[in-house]
Design a protein around this ligand. Sequence first.
Ligand SMILES: Nc1ncnc2c1ncn2[C@@H]1O[C@H](COP(=O)(O)OP(=O)(O)OP(=O)(O)O)[C@@H](O)[C@H]1O
Ligand SMILES: [Mg+2]
Length: 372
Amino acid sequence: MGCFLCSVKSKKKQIGKFSAHQISSSVEKFKVNTSLGEKDSSRNGGSGHIAAHTFTFRELAAATKYFRADCLLGEGGFGRVYKGQLERTNQVVAIKQLDRNGLQGNREFLVEVLMLSLLHHPHLVNLIGYCADGDQRLLVYEFMPLGSLEDHLHELSPDKRRLDWNTRMKIAAGAAKGLEYLHDKANPPVIYRDLKCSNILLDEDYNPKLSDFGLAKLGPVGDKTHVSTRVMGTYGYCAPEYAMTGQLTLKFDVYSFGVVLLEIITGRRAIDTSRAAGEQNLVAWARPLFKDRRKFSQMADPELQGQYPVRGLYQALAVAAMCVQEQPNMRPLIADVVTALNYLASQKYNSGTQPVQRHHTGPSTPRTRRDL
Ligand SMILES: Nc1ncnc2c1ncn2[C@@H]1O[C@H](COP(=O)(O)OP(=O)(O)OP(=O)(O)O)[C@@H](O)[C@H]1O
Ligand SMILES: [Mg+2]
């Protein structure tokens, strides 16, 4: 199977001059050439996809009050994300304006538009449209009112409630379902490559949706594996085989999922340079603790204040430990992770009727003010 990103690379110069019309026709061509979509297209009414709208720069500037600072939701490696309201429909949206001087650019923009135009699932963020006016590149997404999982786990502001155990398991199970769709239902499979807390967005009921498909890659068919020439992704979430040899399989995402699950359970960041030397890398810190069940309670996020089910904690840590194994073939399939997490999410913890665990401080450095 041809690799989509490679064919995009060879057309790099052209992409810089892509018009909105060319992008939408390339979505159509891409769909025909790869038949990317759900394995069972009858699930989405047989239509295969819902077309993304094209917007003019003027429309999106008006929607964000000319990119006013108080509409800014956040900033990532691609550029700034603003909250906006579309004049045409009054719909509230999130608008990502790609940094024109950024390292990541047109290729990721095109991959994002292509992937999100063709893939639809309740646990993937919906792309409403895009703008490719002149050298402006903007993406318009459904607005996710509770922001990212990162905001709730690691950058808790006073107006946000800390996540309880049940909500954490609901988020983990939903994110796993989003990945399962990409791995097992999309045809050909999609390797997401950028699973991390900041890319898991939350709706008003804490339902998670995966966002940012600029790095996604169509997976290998049969037993072939990709050997990637560009090592990309985010440090701390990147599977060891990929960092060392560029070998890319669906198990890359399973590793990243294991890191996210560990963050959800422990409240620690994947990489945290404010901690003591042995605790900066979450997986390296967790590995020796996984070997001793008596240490499991030390791994629970102190913010949970002992309000979690002991069995549930053990089982969730066991899933995370399997996902972050060094050998990719030892990691579970995402479908098995979904089964385990669906079960964990169904076992609701009630602090009124179930015991509250004694708080174990364990051998850890204090969290910085930023983390609290
Ligand atoms: N659809 C959305 N609805 C609401 N907020 C969003 C939406 N998309 C992004 N955001 C907010 O904007 C922030 C920046 O997002 P962005 O994807 O640009 O960067 P990031 O994920 O933090 O980092 P990276 O560029 O490395 O992926 C997010 O953390 C989130 O808080
Ligand atoms: Mg992101």
